[in-house]
Design a protein around this ligand. Structure first.
Ligand SMILES: [Mg+2]
Length: 425
């Protein structure tokens, strides 16, 4: 590994008992006596403005959550922001497909969080998840995921270190990302993911014709020829292919060695996925619709996939992805975090990538999230650098984010071209 890590500042060692140290809040308190109310307010504003600086408070000072806000953007991304009385804020992201419900779900636990110390991250994960009584489901896990990211963000900022430092990292020098085949041809990535399409559409019929299957294989062979054998090309069936056709497509693609086949079928029946995995030597990846350690337990135990793709925005956040990675390590299985969403999603995923030993590759997502950041991500030669900033390592441009707040997108609607029946997308 290179020596870039030396740029990461150490955890501060000063405490409130240090003889010559005065805390930020202590300084504000002293000033109260000397200055009038106007002066105090001005100093408090200044202190809050500086709160994003590294280790803005001592680890022993108290912090309390004072406010929970949610933001739904017109592209359906949904954010949760936690504010504290120390002036430190934390950001997290939830599930865009259920943005309105997730925002409401976050406010449902608002009364629990207000007044609590945000640094007890695992305790809050347990309380939010287990006190809900009715466990699991995309909405509850998305709510706990977004809040978990925000809590880790605050904890990292309070200590002045990236989250991965608190998880025992770093475990690598940089983070491999994949994009589209266009990204590969433009030199922005050395791995990509494509969809199996032919005849101008995705595979959705229970048994697709030989013409359809052969066209998918032919197109993949042409792409392999164009990009070369050094490039990793994954194929995402998106859970929209029926098992009968999935088996045909996987067999037809095998000679060209796809990087992995993602979600060859829906994952609600894990045994069906396991059957397909047993029939091929190509790695099977899944996880973007699997939630928490309990969901991934079944995938692992049934050997239904050999690459896991949990999403940090709804599989349970940073806390849960670290545990899922540990479970997967016992099966020699790597993690390739799913990410079609915004800046918190990519930032939190990068913290995981930097902290676990069994990381494969990161889905970079769209570049539109760069519009929401003060300093955008910058991938080079197919890798993102390790985040250096405290917490999640990003700074949300709140003005830009608020400008994009609006009515989220509706669900895509897809139907069989021949008989109009509903098909997966
Ligand atoms: Mg996918």
């Amino acid at each position: 590994m290179n020596d870039e890590r030396s740029a990461i500042p150490p955890v501060p060692t000063s405490t409130p008992t240090d003889r010559h140290t005065i805390s930020r809040r202590g300084f504000v308190a002293c000033a109260t006596a000397a200055a009038g109310l106007a002066g105090l307010l001005e100093m408090k504003r200044e202190a809050q403005a500086n709160a994003g600086a590294r280790a803005p408070i001592s680890p022993r000072e108290s912090i309390k959550i004072t406010k929970l806000e949610t933001f739904i953007l017109r592209n359906s991304w949904v954010f949760v922001k936690l504010s504290t009385d120390a002036g430190i804020t934390g950001w997290g992201e939830m599930l865009k497909d259920k943005s309105k419900t997730c925002a409401a779900g976050a406010h449902q636990v608002e009364s629990y969080l207000i007044g609590k110390d945000p640094r007890n991250v695992v305790q809050h994960w347990q309380a939010i998840y287990r006190h809900a009584f009715y466990r699991g489901g995309a909405v509850l896990t998305a709510v706990v995921s977004g809040i978990d990211q925000a809590l880790w963000d605050i904890k990292g900022k309070a200590l002045g270190v990236p989250v991965y430092e608190l998880l025992g990292g770093p475990t690598r020098d940089k983070i491999r990302v994949y994009g589209s085949s266009d990204d590969v041809t433009r030199g922005r990535a050395k791995a990509c993911k494509i969809s199996p399409r032919a005849q101008g559409r995705a595979a959705y019929k229970y048994v697709e014709s030989p013409a359809f299957v052969q066209q998918v294989a032919k197109d993949f062979a042409a792409l392999r020829e164009k990009l070369g054998p050094e490039v990793d090309i994954a194929v995402d069936f998106h859970g929209a292919v029926q098992p009968q056709t999935a088996a045909l497509l996987i067999k037809a693609l095998e000679p060209y060695q796809p990087f992995f086949i993602e979600e060859p079928v829906q994952c609600q029946n894990v045994d069906v996925l396991a059957d397909l995995a047993r029939k091929t030597h190509i790695p099977i990846a899944t996880g973007e619709r699997v939630f928490t350690k309990w969901g991934f337990r079944e995938i692992l135990e049934k050997r239904a996939a050999s690459i896991l793709q949990p999403d940090v925005c709804y599989a349970g956040g940073i806390t849960e992805l670290r545990l899922i990675a540990g479970m997967a390590e016992a099966y020699y299985i790597p993690i390739a975090p799913h990410n079609p969403q915004g800046p918190c999603s990519l930032a939190a995923s990068c913290q995981i990538a930097a902290a676990i030993p069994n990381f494969l590759i990161q889905e970079r997502g769209t570049s539109t999230h760069e519009n929401l950041l003060k300093v955008p991500f910058k991938a080079e030669n197919g890798y993102l650098p390790l985040p250096k900033g405290p917490g999640l390592g990003i700074e949300i441009d709140e003005d830009k984010l608020r400008a994009q707040v609006g009515e989220p997108q509706g669900y895509p609607q897809t139907y069989d071209r021949d008989d109009g029946s509903v098909v997966d997308w």
